[in-house]
Design a protein around this ligand. Structure first.
Ligand code: PLP
Length: 400
């Protein structure tokens, strides 16, 4: 049996062997979460490192750097948001109604989580727990939570490498989904992808959904939906409305600037929602629900964040390109810049200069993921970047 190994930072990557579709597809078991520990059989993330947020340019977690928009903050500060804070089953501030109207769905199509991260975990468990053969199928690199949750419950993942141009290899996913249908618990697609910031065009999402077995669940993670401009992109909500087994997840952590308040939701056909609900806590803070409801309606606040993000992102990317660096075409509030040296070499140098940058995303270990901060944060990043990159590289060029 031919065996392929890929190196992952912060986790145990066991490539068990090639599968039928091609030599580059790896089957992984027991893959921990990169960065913070995710130990198989021992639960999830370790504690986040506390940082002095007054001092650092925090461009490592794709947050909204502009703070909670005034309309959202006002809704959370309203005495109504506190009136029943002593009760379980308190009112939701109109959140469910607002989301029903936004997407044209019913309450039975919606599931809430403490961040979309909770939902990614719950969906993974719900789709894989009943059958030890079931696996998650998706690309690599992408957002790792479903993969690490699968590992924690003893399930494997099938990860298809990105194409040479860093797009997602949708034909390969379709091929595997058909050839190994009995083993696939669900397909996971992040659109736009994290860490690349690149979209799967709407034609390819359709190709995927039309090309796989009709009953195969697909989780489409639209955490960065609000930042996209490309006319080739569209949300996959419409496929839920068509009754396909699609779950679309959204978060209030990015555009709505509520990362630390923890709110996300999923939209899916009722039978999928019921399956997932068994594994959710089903309880979010009442104040964040009021904030979420206000945020859905705060289109002006969202537009402002989107415009600032684009302006600062495009400006920073132009500066990096002018220095001769490759930058991937991002539609999100982060981007990847090619370094021709290891991220693990430069990240501590940025940290010394109070700039927190993204961790390495194997196998793209020479592409640095940079979240788009405020203009001041990006100025600090650029100054550090020039200094750090002026020093000779200690590692040689070439992604793993
Ligand atoms: C693609 C993607 N999905 C989901 C999440 C989880 O976010 P949260 O749990 O804050 O909603 C993140 C966080 O960065 C992400 O990048």
């Amino acid at each position: 049996m031919a065996v392929s190994r890929r190196r992952f930072v912060g986790g145990i990557a066991a490539a068990l062997g090639y599968i039928s579709v091609g030599p580059d597809v790896d089957l992984f078991a027991q893959q921990g979460r990169g960065g913070r520990a995710g130990v198989p059989g021992q639960g999830g993330r370790g504690p986040r490192q506390l940082v002095d947020l007054t001092k650092v340019a925090k461009i490592n977690n794709n947050e909204n750097p502009y703070g909670v928009p005034p309309a959202v903050r006002a809704a959370m500060d309203d005495p109504k948001a506190w009136e029943w804070a002593n009760r379980y089953g308190a009112p939701d501030g109109g959140l469910s109604q607002a989301i029903q109207e936004l997407h044209g769905v019913k309450a039975e199509n919606i599931i809430f989580g403490c961040g979309s991260g909770e939902l990614l975990s719950s969906i993974t468990i719900a789709m894989l727990i009943g059958d030890p053969k079931k696996k998650v199928l998706g690309v690599n690199p992408t957002y790792g939570d479903p993969y690490s949750k699968a590992a924690q419950i003893g399930r494997e993942t099938i990860r298809v490498p990105l194409n040479k141009d860093y797009t997602q290899n949708i034909p390969a996913i379709i091929d595997i989904a058909n050839k190994r249908a009995a083993e696939i618990g669900f397909i996971y697609i992040v659109n736009p992808n994290n860490p690349t910031g690149m979209i799967v065009p709407k034609a390819q999402i359709k190709q995927l959904l039309d090309g796989i077995p009709k009953d195969m669940p697909v989780l489409i993670d639209e955490a960065y939906h609000h930042f996209v401009d490309s006319p080739d992109y569209e949300s996959s909500m419409k496929y839920v409305l068509e009754g396909r087994p699609v779950i679309v997840c959204r978060t209030f952590s990015k555009i709505a600037a509520l990362a630390a308040m923890r709110l996300g939701y999923g939209i899916a056909p009722p039978e999928l929602i019921r399956k997932v609900r068994t594994f959710t806590t089903g309880s979010q803070s009442i104040t964040v629900k009021f904030g979420g409801a206000a945020s859905v309606k705060d289109t002006a606040g969202q537009a402002k964040t989107k415009a600032l993000n684009k302006q600062v992102r495009d400006d920073t990317i132009a500066k990096l390109k002018a220095l001769g660096h490759e930058v991937l075409p991002s539609e999100a509030n982060f981007f990847m810049v090619g370094l021709k040296r290891e991220v693990s070499e430069v990240a501590p140098e940025f940290q010394k200069r109070d700039v927190l940058v993204g961790r390495p995303f194997a196998p793209m270990t020479q592409h640095l993921r940079v979240s788009v901060g405020t203009q001041a944060e990006m100025d600090k990043f650029m100054a550090a970047f020039k200094e750090i990159m002026a020093a000779p590289a200690k590692t040689s060029a070439g992604d793993k």
